[in-house]
Write a protein that binds this ligand. Structure first.
Ligand code: TYD
Length: 208
């Protein structure tokens, strides 16, 4: 028996965390199975420590080390949280996963996407997402939302516009080659987005 792994992807400020939590609430009421909401980085105690390093220590972390810290977080996340849930037939909703590394460290920072793909697969024990929900948004809208939050910016959020353009182009390139991706307009309301997700799950006959 194996459950479903659903990932939520997009640039910072696209609204995927709000969406993922809303989908989690909706599915918790409808699905007669275990369902968990988790995130990268930070889905385990080790991951929480790595997340602090990754978001605040950029100046002393080279690009490859940065990626490998995300990969370490991912390996632990799969062993400790994701695989045990999937093996029991449960569903996992993940706020970011491997595609974030491909988009940010691969396309954004310029590391080899082949090396990242291979290492991601290793960290994930060869398990791929069953469905990815990509929230598409332009840089200006995302920046405006991040500014509105009034929180201290993470090292990623302090990156220049050109970096974000590369990350967006990366996401577009990655998902153009996949069939199990639902692309959502980040300008829609969360409720509208949830409705599209539920429609997709019904089409896939995962809710019966
Ligand atoms: P977080 O506060 O969780 O951002 P968000 O709420 O947008 O997910 O910080 C995670 C940051 O780490 C975010 O800027 C994306 C980045 N990231 C990578 O660069 N590579 C990765 O593999 C992952 C999982 C995240």
């Amino acid at each position: 028996m194996t459950g479903k792994l659903i990932t939520f992807e997009g640039i910072d400020g696209c609204g995927k965390t709000t969406l993922a939590k809303a989908v989690y609430t909706e599915l918790s009421n409808r699905l007669g199975k275990e369902i968990i909401f988790t995130k990268e980085p930070g889905g385990t105690p080790l991951g929480q420590s790595l997340r602090t390093i990754l978001q605040t220590q950029k100046s002393i972390v080279c690009d490859l080390a940065e990626y490998l810290l995300f990969a370490a977080d991912r390996a632990q996340h799969f062993v400790q949280t994701i695989m045990p849930t999937l093996e029991q037939g449960g569903w996992v909703l993940a706020d970011r996963l491997a595609d974030s590394s491909l988009a940010y460290q691969g396309y954004g920072r310029g590391l080899s996407t082949e090396q990242i793909s291979a290492t991601n697969a290793w960290a994930m024990q060869g398990r791929e997402p069953d469905l990815t929900i990509y929230v598409r948004i332009d840089v200006e809208t995302a920046f405006a939302r991040i500014a509105k939050r009034n929180e201290t910016l993470t090292s990623f959020e302090q990156e220049k516009r050109a970096f974000w353009q590369r990350v967006i182009a990366g996401y577009e390139a990655i998902f153009a080659q996949r069939t199990n991706v639902l692309v959502l307009d980040g300008n829609l309301t969360t409720q509208e987005q949830v409705a599209y997700v539920m429609k997709k799950l019904e089409q896939l006959q995962w809710l019966s």
